[in-house]
Design a binder for this molecule. Structure first.
Ligand code: NAG
Length: 332
């Protein structure tokens, strides 16, 4: 091959350098194309903090002895509404059942608030259910979508007071499929402090359209970018973070999007959420798309979202058959 003329070589080099510079500029624009909140350093005004502070509410039902003389490896915290008894039943019979894995202690608590309209009969049923299963914690705030941040802060506070002996905590919604053995296996070599993992969203921005379900005024949140946060469907963290997040909430102005709010608290604490994924093939282990059930696909995910109680029960029978065939010892 004849040597390339010098001028052509030079032009080629120039093109390459230019392309590299453009790529670099795009990369930085993507990464820093918005402003993140500065780190607040002052306590919130008392009236603002009062809205989300668990000390503003009282326990109507509690399980203070759940972790007494016990060191769970994992505590599952599931926000539900009082009326959601069907989901609680399905969870107790599927991924939330006691003694699912030999040698791994996993605990479970459901968190509820108060319904919009007080219903003495429903409340009585809940009390009976709480006595029977000892897995319900209820606080005296109004249980609405906009109040989910209160519920999440209540969960953080509860676990940091009543179950500090657990190693990891998972916040998980009730309409989720959870692959417990895979999760336990995944956590074996993970850090025991300042660790939080799930499906990380790093390009979230506030919606400024007042008609949006997620509308956030510039007054409530002036920056145009959210710090990285974990999808609220399900995330897992080392128990130390529960107390640190509770502490951070005294400084971070509350917003109603609870998953973004936890992200803001983590940002305040300088804790970087870890994206749970595998390479070759690429898989988001905390799957936030809905996938149709398939034993093989689901055995390679930690969570998959969007199932009714009926779906969960139906899938679980088949999934558990598969687990028995594999045997837990191979998976762990
Ligand atoms: C949130 O809970 C508080 C305390 O119970 C209540 O006063 C408020 O109305 C609730 N907010 C919404 C939007 O439901």
């Amino acid at each position: 091959m004849p040597p390339m003329p010098k001028s052509l070589r030079f032009r080629l080099l120039k093109c390459l350098v230019l392309a590299a510079l453009i790529a670099l500029a795009l990369y930085f624009y993507e990464k820093h194309g918005g402003t993140l909140p500065g780190k607040p350093s002052r306590l919130l005004p008392a009236e603002l903090y009062k809205q989300i502070s668990p000390s503003s509410y009282t326990y109507l039902l509690n399980q203070p002895d759940l972790c007494h003389n016990r060191k769970p490896f994992l505590m599952l915290m599931i926000p539900v509404t009082l009326q959601d008894s069907e989901s609680r039943t399905a969870i107790r019979k599927t991924w939330g059942q006691e003694n699912l894995l030999q040698n791994v202690d996993i605990a479970r608590v459901f968190f509820v608030g108060e319904p919009r309209d007080h219903d003495p009969e429903l409340q009585e049923d809940l009390q009976k259910e709480s006595l029977a299963y000892r897995d319900i914690v209820q606080m005296s705030f109004r249980d609405t979508y906009q109040n989910l941040t209160i519920k999440t802060m209540m969960m953080m506070n509860w676990v940091s007071i009543f179950c500090r002996s657990t190693q990891y905590v998972m916040k998980i919604d009730s309409d989720i499929f959870l692959n417990v053995p895979y999760l336990v296996d995944y956590l074996q070599n993970k850090p025991k402090h300042n660790y939080i993992t799930g499906s990380v969203i790093s390009d979230g921005r506030p919606r400024r359209n007042p008609k949006s379900k997620w509308y956030l005024s510039a007054e409530m949140y002036p920056e145009n970018l959210f710090p990285p946060y974990l999808s609220g469907a399900g995330y897992v963290f080392s128990v130390d973070l529960a107390k640190k997040i509770s502490m951070a909430s005294k400084f971070v102005r509350p917003i109603s999007m609870e998953d973004v709010y936890i992200g803001m608290c983590l940002h305040f604490l300088h804790v970087q959420p870890e994206f749970a994924w595998t390479w070759l093939p690429y898989r988001n282990l905390f799957e936030i798309r809905h996938l149709d059930y398939n034993r093989c696909t689901f055995s390679k995910r930690i969570i998959v979202t969007g199932f009714s109680s009926m779906d969960l029960m139906n899938m679980w029978a088949d999934f558990q058959d598969g687990l028995h065939q594999l045997s837990y010892t191979v998976m762990l």
